[in-house]
Ligand binder design. Structure first.
Ligand SMILES: [Zn+2]
Length: 117
């Protein structure tokens, strides 16, 4: 068949596998993939300053992996988003200390996280 340069042997053959709602989410997924042996790039912000080629409406941070890793990356992203809820930090109602999302009670005064069952 004809030889195309845009296959998985080309250096630029990256495929978008994820679009985050914000940069933090994209970087969390990126780290998750990296820990599982898949190199991923977060794109979006850097492109804005790089060339001006990016059209308006395409400015959300996106996650890209090499074409050969697309299937594995998508599976990992699925397995990441199922059990892990991406939560925000919360503020203690008693002492107003800011706590990490995984803390069930305030690290400072031990008051329970609001809304916890
Ligand atoms: Zn507290």
């Amino acid at each position: 068949m004809t030889k195309k340069s845009d296959n998985d042997s080309a250096p630029g053959a990256f495929v978008q596998v994820y679009q985050g709602n914000d940069a933090t989410e994209s970087y969390l997924i990126r780290d998750w993939l990296t820990r599982n042996g898949i190199h991923a790039d977060v794109r979006g912000f850097d492109l804005l300053t790089a060339s001006g080629e990016i059209p308006f409406g395409q400015q959300w941070p996106t996650l890209w992996v090499a074409q050969r890793n697309v299937d594995a990356a998508r599976k990992l992203i699925d397995s990441y988003s199922e059990p892990v809820q991406l939560e925000a930090v919360w503020t203690c109602t008693a002492c107003e200390e800011v706590n990490e999302p995984n803390f069930a009670s305030c690290w400072s005064c031990s008051v329970e996280k609001p809304g916890i069952q």
